[in-house]
Ligand binder design. Structure first.
Ligand code: PEP
Length: 250
């Protein structure tokens, strides 16, 4: 039985005061006991999350990392630095990074490896654009994206990772994949992984992300292969995020 994970992606939002209010509200909730919960914050606030969340049962992480371990990479942040701030997770291959910052499949694979080398659990994002879905390329695209990682890491690495299926057309748009659409992709991904290793495929968590809200979360999370969510906008509002966590706990 896979334990559900609900991970918030704050993206480039928040400040010390708003973070503190959000963290206090989240820590006060009981809903957190039944599922794993994590928050992925902008780099400057990782120390704040560490101070606030240590011992709370809520894990924290970052939204990106460098593929390099150290060196002359001005502005970049290494996995070991994230580990230094107690991060458990790091998002790799988010569609915004792929679209805006040149994170190709190959770079995403390098970042995935760098994360694990630093002892972090990568949350590997996959997903098709609207044009790709309309051209019936969804499964081809997500297979290519996961294949690019598997090719260099091997299947054993997936035992220490989380996958997030995030259709690009659903991120921040208010347009959610139907539960059937999500299940189709999640089921297919798990089937493909099972061709490599049945046990790891059965155990790896596959989150859904893309406009998950308090009123659609329960339906999405009820699907056999949807093991929780990666939550953007709704992770910035304590009551909404907690309602999503509660939906995962059902
Ligand atoms: C995300 O940022 O990964 C995301 C899924 O955002 P939203 O929930 O706002 O669509």
């Amino acid at each position: 039985m896979r334990r559900k994970l609900v991970a918030g992606n704050w993206k480039m939002h928040g400040n010390r005061a708003s973070n503190a209010a959000l963290l206090e509200a989240l820590k006060a909730s009981r809903a957190l006991d039944a599922v794993d919960v994590a928050l992925c914050a902008p780099y400057p606030y990782l120390g704040q999350l560490q101070d606030s969340l240590a011992g709370s049962g809520i894990a924290w992480g970052a939204q990106n990392l460098s593929q390099h371990a150290q060196g002359a990479y001005t502005g970049e942040v290494a996995g070991s630095m994230l580990a230094d701030f107690g991060c458990r997770y790091v998002i790799v291959g988010h569609s915004e990074r792929r679209a805006l910052y040149g994170d190709t499949d190959a770079v995403v694979a390098e970042k995935f490896i760098a994360a694990q080398k630093a002892g972090l659990t990568p949350i590997l994002c996959l997903g098709e654009t609207l044009a790709e879905r309309e051209a019936n390329l969804t499964l081809e695209v997500v297979s290519r994206q996961i294949g690019a990682v598997l090719h260099v890491t091997g299947m054993a690495a997936l035992a220490r990772a989380v996958i997030a299926y995030e259709p690009v057309w659903a991120i921040g748009t208010g347009r959610t994949a139907s539960s059937a659409q999500a299940q189709e992709v999640h089921g297919e991904l798990r089937k493909q992984l099972a061709d490599h290793d049945k046990r790891i495929a059965a155990e790896v968590r596959i989150l859904y992300g893309g406009s998950v809200k308090r009123d659609n979360a329960a339906e999405l999370f009820s699907m056999a292969d949807v093991d929780g969510g990666l939550i953007g906008g709704a992770s910035l509002v304590a009551e909404d995020f907690l309602a999503i966590v509660a939906a995962a706990a059902r």
